[in-house]
Design a binder for this molecule. Structure first.
Ligand SMILES: [Zn+2]
Length: 652
């Protein structure tokens, strides 16, 4: 162990009354760690404002949609724009930075904790006024705002600026739930979500500036959440920081979703390092905890995917409070058990490998997924059409690459595409002119793109564009979308439109690849009109029977693949194989399910994430971890093998 993360939520212990600081305990702990040469990631405690603060200044408490102020308690019950809260947040941050900057082992800061709306976004008068200012800055005139939001629908036109605020869309009016933001007016809700994102980024900037001023040279960041967070544009927030961190509990998703999270955070702001600030040594909630070897498999996967810090949460299991059953490394008794031994063994092994693995580079994939925060919130604020399921669609598409041992990067829409051979666009409904221009240039120069439905269908304000899709990219894909249908709630003869959606029948039209497998599509389908593209698959039945469901188009020196429906795993896999081949991306070795093989620089890392024994062919070289016999490593449950090619015994 060489780093301890401490202090998040500890505001009362640090400042039991306004202006009275009790930091002796923290000095004792940080001093002890300094003596043991253990570094500290010190957290500001602002995610848990104390009761003296919220009682003295009730205006610091967040307000739910509809006007109800939240009660004190739990965590993140504060308003992020409230000036009084900002003042106290600044005060406690300044005090901590002043007192602890002199310690040479305090190397990094984590501000707040998992920023974002935990009990609610705040709809108080301060936030409402801030939203009005945000809109004025953005649109300048009411005419521009009305045009951007297309307020003619339902006579929502605004005639005075003081009519604009967060209270304009009380969720109870039409079907919203007050949190998810699906309130019936996607363009307005979309800007509300962009405003909240900017608000949290601004809150983070406020503390970051203080820490930089009072502790220059330290690293500043915060613990984020993934894989695809829907409340804050992390790409904007990461610009503030020195490291990018995810709280990644490997047992919450499948292994490919965990890898997706690592691909996202590694690519958040390179070359800033990617850390895992929280991971569990036990089951996070009610599931059985991992086997000790499984913890090790996860850690090696993180290492190979570019993670530079692997921090467990928490040291000792809490005796009380909401997380009293969230097991730490030590038991409730404070005594070590198998988890302590597993973590100790893991860190001992990693420490011994520090030198042999020192030259392990970051992965350099040839495939990139575009990750568009605005497309995330576009789907998250859409009432009709939410069945597109943005996040699961990303996860299922990413898994195809995980299954093929093809590494991918996740990049924001503005990032350079030139390092890649294949760019994947999973339901990127918002395509800016800049992205369209760069996609065109990328394909023209020989790149391959693979898009899934609803590409370039909406404008910068989450309204549909009054043109056929994919808007601005029809010539690149050699097609346009003639019409579309959602498939989840088809009425049977004995049903009416008033029938609960859950009891309606989801239709799954049959799809046949022209030179490949047959299967089904689900949730949504488009009718494609091909101009220069060639069909790859056609609908065999249902509304679009015999019409194209997927196509490929040569454009310049490259090719553009388009899937007009959410195709099943077999069909999608077939088309991904075609796209990889056309792009010249070599697939990794075919392995048993949940067996990962990554080649990173001169290193090949093979990890068996399953409990079934498997064999993997390894390259010639020096095995640094595990054994290789006749070029093959046998991996029992959760085993790891690392081979380095071009190994020198004594590298100079
Ligand atoms: Zn507020």
């Amino acid at each position: 162990m060489n780093l301890v993360r401490i202090g998040e939520f500890a505001w009362t212990a640090m400042e039991p009354a306004e202006g009275t600081f009790t930091l002796d305990w923290l000095h004792t702990v940080v001093g002890k760690l300094q003596k043991e040469k253990i570094n500290v990631l010190l957290c500001t405690p602002t995610a848990a404002p104390p009761i003296w603060l919220t009682r003295t200044y009730p205006e610091t408490l967040a307000v739910r949609r509809g006007g109800q102020r939240v009660a004190h308690g739990s965590r993140r019950h504060y308003c992020p724009t409230n000036a009084t809260f900002r003042r106290h947040s600044a005060r406690v941050t300044e005090k901590l930075a002043t007192e602890f900057a002199p310690y040479d082992n305090v190397i990094a800061w984590q501000l707040d904790n998992e920023l974002g709306p935990e009990c609610t976004f705040c709809f108080c008068n301060d936030c409402s006024a801030a939203f009005r200012r945000w809109c004025r800055d953005r649109y300048v005139t009411l005419d521009a705002l009305n045009a951007a939001w297309q307020t003619r629908f339902w006579s929502m036109d605004f005639t005075e600026w003081d009519q604009v605020g967060l209270g304009i869309m009380p969720h109870a009016n039409y079907g919203g739930d007050g949190f998810s933001g699906r309130n019936g007016y996607p363009s307005i809700e979309f800007d509300i979500r962009r405003f909240f994102s900017d608000t949290f980024v601004d809150f983070a900037a406020h503390q970051t500036q203080i820490l930089r001023r009072l502790h220059p040279g330290s690293m500043v960041g915060t613990n984020m959440m993934g894989p695809l967070f829907q409340s804050i544009d992390y790409y904007k927030m990461a610009e503030l920081f020195d490291y990018v961190a995810d709280d990644l509990y490997f047992d919450l998703g499948t292994m490919s979703v965990d890898v997706l999270a690592m691909d996202v955070f590694r690519g958040m702001a390179p070359p800033k390092p990617f850390w895992i600030t929280e991971t569990g040594s036990a089951g996070l909630t009610h599931q059985k905890g991992p086997y000790p070897k499984q913890l090790r498999a996860w850690a090696f996967s993180a290492l190979a995917h570019g993670c530079k810090a692997h921090i467990f949460f928490r040291w000792r299991t809490c005796l009380a409070g909401h997380e009293q059953d969230l097991q730490g490394i030590l038991e409730h008794s404070g005594l070590p058990s198998y988890r302590y031994r597993a973590v100790k063994d893991l860190f001992t092994e990693l420490a011994a490998l520090e030198k042999p693995l020192a030259s392990l580079p970051l992965p350099a994939p040839e495939v990139a997924f575009i990750n568009s925060f605005e497309s995330v919130i576009a789907y998250d604020t859409t009432v009709i059409g939410r069945s597109v399921r943005y996040m699961p669609h990303h996860c299922e598409t990413h898994q195809h690459f995980f299954d093929r041992n093809v590494q991918v990067d996740y990049i924001p829409p503005g990032r350079d595409l030139s390092p890649y051979k294949l760019v994947v666009l999973p339901t990127i409904c918002l395509v800016t002119d800049d992205l369209a221009r760069r996609l065109r240039a990328f394909v023209n120069a020989g790149g391959v793109v693979l898009a899934t439905p609803q590409l370039a269908t909406r404008d910068a304000n989450n309204n549909y564009v009054p043109r056929v899709a994919p808007d601005g990219l029809q010539d690149v894909f050699g097609l346009h979308v003639d019409s579309h249908n959602y498939l989840e709630n088809a009425c049977e003869a004995d049903q009416t439109l008033a029938t609960p959606v859950q009891t309606m029948v989801a239709e799954t039209p049959a799809v046949q690849c022209l030179q490949g497998p047959s299967g089904l599509c689900e949730r949504y389908m488009e009718d494609l009109v091909l101009t220069t593209a060639s069909p790859l698959a056609v609908y065999r039945d249902n509304l679009y029977a015999s019409r194209p469901a997927a196509a490929v188009n040569p454009f310049g020196h490259g090719e553009a693949f388009y899937l007009g429906a959410f195709l099943d795993k077999t069909l999608t896999g077939h088309i991904i194989d075609l796209a990889l081949t056309r792009a010249g991306v070599k697939q990794g070795p075919r392995t048993d399910p949940w067996v990962e093989v990554l080649t990173v620089g001169d290193f090949t890392v093979a990890i068996n994430h399953s409990r079934t024994t498997t064999r993997v062919t390894m390259p010639t070289g020096k095995p640094l971890v595990g054994e290789v016999k006749d070029g093959v490593t046998t991996l029992e449950a959760y085993d790891v093998c690392v081979v380095k090619r071009k190994y020198k015994e004594n590298p100079s």
